[in-house]
Design a protein around this ligand. Structure first.
Ligand SMILES: [Zn+2]
Length: 237
């Protein structure tokens, strides 16, 4: 498997590149590009939260908790006093860093259900739902942010699979096929639970109509092609 540093670097580069494509295509504002890149990078380290008590898991949960706490706090900022905001921040941080962490470390097996497309979709829909209802993002922004978590997540799974091919000896390591899979074929009980949770959270997401319309609109792709290469000289202002 790929190590933590490889995962974080590859996810950061991949999400940064994709977020820049979104900027060029007029799908994202410069602020959103920053959010999407950070979220994509986080998606890229998220699957290894099933490595119980390891430092990557702690780093992932700490970063998740910090981002979550800030988003919750920003959203309440106009209405509350500083002291209330501090309390909201601390409470939100503790929920993810300690409560969610406890739950995850108790119920997950490394390279089990968390390393699956079903789980990647779960985090996509969960992020979209949180962005829309808790952080007051617009519908398109919520779907895009969720998509970047999914994107980083899939990059992680792909990277784990690539690392399970031994290029020197042209053979597959035992870990081959344990990262990029639809569900956990070895454990149908957790797989069923994950699929049900994914369906449940999908039903909570806001309408995807505008997001799908954007993705299926030929203008979006024409914009990407149009803005891909410089029109005149390179780096001319
Ligand atoms: Zn992994």
């Amino acid at each position: 498997m790929a190590n933590f540093r490889t995962h974080i670097s590859v996810a950061a580069v991949a999400s940064g590149l994709l977020a820049t494509v979104c900027l060029g295509a007029g799908l994202a504002t410069p602020q959103e590009v920053v959010i999407f890149s950070v979220i994509g990078t986080l998606g890229g380290i998220l699957p290894d939260i099933d490595l119980n008590h390891s430092s990557p898991t702690k780093i992932t949960f700490t970063s998740l908790a910090i981002i979550f706490a800030f988003l919750v706090m920003f959203n309440r900022a106009p209405a509350y006093s500083i002291l209330e905001l501090w309390l909201i921040w601390g409470f939100s941080y503790a929920i993810i860093r300690y409560l969610a962490w406890q739950i995850f470390t108790q119920f997950t097996v490394h390279r089990g259900i968390i390393h699956s497309i079903a789980c990647a979709l779960f985090f996509w829909f969960l992020t979209t739902t949180l962005c829309y209802y808790l952080f007051d993002f617009g519908k398109i922004s919520s779907w895009m942010t969720g998509f970047f978590i999914f994107f980083g997540f899939v990059v992680h799974l792909l990277l784990d699979e690539i690392y399970s091919v031994d290029f020197m000896n042209y053979r597959l390591k035992n870990s081959f096929g344990t990262a990029l899979k639809l569900i956990d074929y070895k454990n149908y009980q957790t797989s069923t639970l994950m699929v049900l949770a994914t369906i449940a959270v999908f039903y909570m997401t806001p309408s995807a109509d505008t997001f799908i319309a954007l993705l299926t609109n030929s203008h979006t792709y024409q914009n990407i092609i149009h803005s891909f290469l410089p029109q005149g000289l390179w780096f001319q202002m």
